[in-house]
Design a protein around this ligand. Structure first.
Ligand SMILES: *Cc1c(COP(=O)(O)O)cnc(C)c1O
Length: 455
């Protein structure tokens, strides 16, 4: 074989026709969702008032290994998929490493992120069920944008509760979502009772994802033709995002590669879950022994410093309880810039895989993340989202270890998106005014104190 190309694409025909459900190959399942009032496991029908029916079924399905991607969703995917698998030749050269570094670039759509993969599925299923609108939350804005895109395409109204600090930091995000027809409300707001309660307790809060989730769910419950959509954490989202890893695996087969190390940033776990699932299948079935690394911000370290416990998925405590690595639903992350990674919990699937030793986790301070982002954009010509740059940082570290040991490992990481809406953070970094907030143990205890007494 000649030189491996910079970019490996699939043909449109080669785009997978089914999503892969990693739960079907897990030795043990994560603990069930619990009703917070009775502490009894939630049944699929219990989810119907929150999510549309097909998505509720996917949420609870631990046995169906492959699930067909509906044809209208495949059509939608063809507008921005396949995404390229890129060989980071220039980054390798700059690091002088024998490692071969690949990244899967998911930023080539307006949301500038992988989130459109799940948004398309959710909007399609909601429309197919005859619903007229969706509500959601957004932190950094990528998810709200992705869902606004998908709702505009499939013909649904959308209300987005946007975490207030991000709303202030990123006014153009609001403009983009409105251009796609969405209504954007800064959270906490006074349009929901849970928002009013949070404001009464803490009038100056910059909000959090957990809080915006509560508001979006409350609004969806007041309208029979409306449901709620969540862009991360859930099993259904990992399922939809599995397209990332399935495509990566086919592309790597084409060039005769297989990753020794798979790296992704981890906020709620959707991109990493999606990137790694197809490879995790090989590990779970004993075919390979790759390493999987989740990279989280030191300011919101759910895997590396959180507790594996039942917790609410939102601050207003209206969701079912999920067993996951969590900092406590009352944890209020510092208003730093890793917007999309500021969630108190972690996907129950990833939490279980981590707990059972199939996955590793590291945390990185923000200024180190931006150092990695800067090196990367100068070498590879893509300005990464700060979230994605967490994965870049870890990929660089692993490549430097290879330099020391002389091993030519194959590294694959997820470049989840672009950072054009994060220029104020980049400018803080460039001016040397970025600060690294690492919560003290005492600060974390405040969050843990909000855990419900379940176990
Ligand atoms: C939302 C987001 C993330 C983090 O969310 P996960 O669910 O952990 O993947 C990472 N990168 C980008 C660009 C995002 O928009």
């Amino acid at each position: 074989m000649g030189k491996i190309p910079y970019k490996t694409y699939l043909t449109e025909e080669e785009i997978p026709k089914q999503w892969y459900n990693v739960r079907a190959d897990m030795k043990e399942q994560h603990d069930p969702l619990l009703d917070p009032a009775t502490l009894k496991p939630v049944a699929t029908e219990d989810l119907y008032p929150i999510f549309c029916e097909e998505l509720s079924k996917q949420e609870m399905d631990s046995t169906t290994r492959y699930i067909d991607i509906p044809e209208p969703v495949r059509e939608f995917y063809r507008m921005f998929r396949p995404s390229p698998l890129i060989r980071a030749y220039n980054l390798e050269k700059a690091l002088d490493t024998p490692a071969r570094i690949y990244y899967k670039f998911e930023g080539n759509n307006t949301s500038g992120s992988h989130k459109l993969n799940a948004a398309a599925a959710m909007a399609y299923y909601a429309k197919a069920q005859g619903l007229t609108s969706l509500t959601t939350e957004t932190g950094a804005g990528q998810w709200g944008t992705a869902l606004a895109q998908a709702c505009a395409f499939f013909g649904l109204d959308l209300t987005v509760f946007m975490v207030k600090v991000s709303y202030m930091q990123k006014p153009f995000r609001k403009g983009v979502m409105e251009t796609y027809g969405a209504k954007v409300i800064p959270s906490p707001s006074d349009v929901t009772s849970v928002g009013r309660a949070i404001l009464a307790d803490n009038p100056d809060t910059g909000g959090s994802l957990g809080c915006a989730i509560s508001e979006a769910i409350e609004m969806s419950m007041t309208d029979e033709k409306c449901r709620y959509a969540l862009g991360s954490v859930l099993n259904q989202v990992l399922l939809h995002q599995s397209i990332i890893g399935l495509e990566s695996k086919i592309a790597m087969e084409k060039i005769g590669e297989y990753p020794d190390i798979i790296i992704g940033c981890a906020g709620g776990g959707s991109n990493l879950g999606g990137l790694m699932s197809a490879f995790m299948q090989d590990k779970l079935t004993g075919k390979t022994d790759s390493r999987f690394i989740a990279v989280e911000p030191a300011s919101c370290p759910s895997l590396t410093r959180g507790k594996y416990a039942y917790d609410f998925c939102d601050t207003g405590k209206i969701t079912p309880l999920a067993r996951m690595y969590t900092l406590g639903s009352g944890f209020m992350p510092s208003p730093n810039h890793a917007g999309g990674l500021r969630y108190h919990g972690m996907s129950p699937i990833l939490s279980k895989l981590y707990h059972d030793g199939y996955m590793e986790a590291v945390s990185v301070e923000q200024s180190k993340v931006f150092e990695a982002a800067t090196l990367f954009c100068r070498q590879e010509q893509i300005l990464p989202a700060p979230e994605s740059a967490h994965a870049i940082h870890s990929a660089i570290e692993e490549a430097l270890k290879c330099k020391e040991s002389g091993e030519a490992k194959t590294i694959l990481f997820g470049l989840t998106g672009t950072g054009y809406f994060d220029m104020s953070a980049y400018m803080h970094f460039n001016e040397g005014t970025m600060n690294d907030h690492i919560p003290t143990d005492e600060e974390l205890e405040l969050g843990f104190a909000t855990l419900p007494p379940v176990d």
